[in-house]
Design a protein around this ligand. Sequence first.
Ligand code: NDP
Length: 460
Amino acid sequence: MAIFPSVIDNQTFAKRDDTQNVKKLPTWGRNNYVTFLNWIAVVSLLFLTPLLQFYFVFSMQEADGSLTQPLLDFLKGRPLASYWIPNTTKLIKAAKLYTFWTVFQILCALFVPGRTGFGQVTPAGHKLKYKVNGLNCYLLTLLVFFAGSYFNFWAPTIIYDYWIELSVCMQVHGFLLALFAYLKAKYYSSHPEDNKISNSVLYDFFLGVELNPRIGDFDFKLFYNGRIGIILWTLVNLSCAARQYQLYGALTNSMVLLNIGQAVYVADFFFHEDWYLRTIDICHDHFGYYLAWGDTAWLPIMYALQAPFLVRHPRVLSTVECFLISLLFSLGYLIFRSANNQKDKFRATEGKAFFFNQKPTFINANYVTADGKQRESKLLTSGWWGLARHFNYTADLMMSLSFCLVCGFDYVLPYFYFLQLTILLVSRVFRDEAKCLSKYGVYWRKYCAKVKWRLIPKIF
Ligand code: NDP
């Protein structure tokens, strides 16, 4: 296998004509044949994402949230080595803490009770069983965090206090995990028939080879996508709130709003964990650096930038600001939840669920699976799914904007969450639509003709 991609064979890309079904389905999010541009993109992301994560952590810790200051200093000749002088004692303590955290979460995932859930049938025909115990693990973790703080096993500010060192541990964990995922796929794959391999090792390392890597009942994708990083998000916020309280003797309303909003978002995720098993993350993404490093090192830092920012820049919101931000969040949340529920119920009942006493309208859509079998699916054209094809993404963006707005307008850094989610979800719109067009062909075109807008009716 070459590190550099070999010659591209365009004929192997998916082709379809609109009356027939798919001759060869492309694989969601990744190609079987890697172009030079794909390869450049992957290499750039492999180099840039860890640097970017470090740059943001550094900007927060050393430049009080200014994204330009560290760069200006560098251009003025500040030596690179002076940007972070590791404190070995703190680093070792952070490594122990992080190991404890990871082991604790693995034990929770394995032994905390939960219902059994099922994913979508994989391209090779596996219907995987999952232990849906995320909510119990989340609540137990919160309980342990509060109890440990109360009985002085650790300070509630501990994550904030070791933030920069923990971010290093997360990066190391993410890289080792991505490497492990690649080697496991190669030598000990759980479902080799679902593996995807291209002509580039780096591309495979980045986007993953295995669809659902497992060891016994331990599912790596559910654990890393849906547990370790996302639970840590709430703890980062709580720890920052504790630090703000320690510094100023009170909590600002912006910190309280942020903690509540993001905790609702995370709790909702766990409350609907069964639904998550049928989303793109679990059903289509392969497990490589993108997910392994992303969920381990990117999510708990880059999604959670607002709370550390508010420790350094405490902000008291006016009543009007509080009201408007809460309104934006609440509207976003209601649409997000009801749009996702509508599709899930619609699919689970095969179109028989009622929304607000109304029978749903839909388009019957045929497609062919990899084994050549004709199958039927349904595309909902009423409710939120009749207004725009990805209204659930729009709602997610509304919530993310509300999280950033609590930080005011003086700094760019806290808005990074909104910016990255916009890039992620808009690119996902196009990737998902390419996948659906390839899967459903003429039926997808019919749906697009009926529901014209992607994210915002009459605009986009
Ligand atoms: P969706 O839940 O929108 O799922 C898209 C899939 O649903 C399509 O591939 C298609 O799959 C099916 N579908 C599309 N249109 C219809 C329709 N009209 N009727 C019925 N089925 C349809 O996408 P995601 O899994 O990406 O997202 C789930 C949620 O997670 C979203 O709310 C999103 O905002 C959120 N999210 C959050 C992220 C974050 O980092 N905060 C990251 C990613 C997602 P099929 O092949 O089954 O037909």
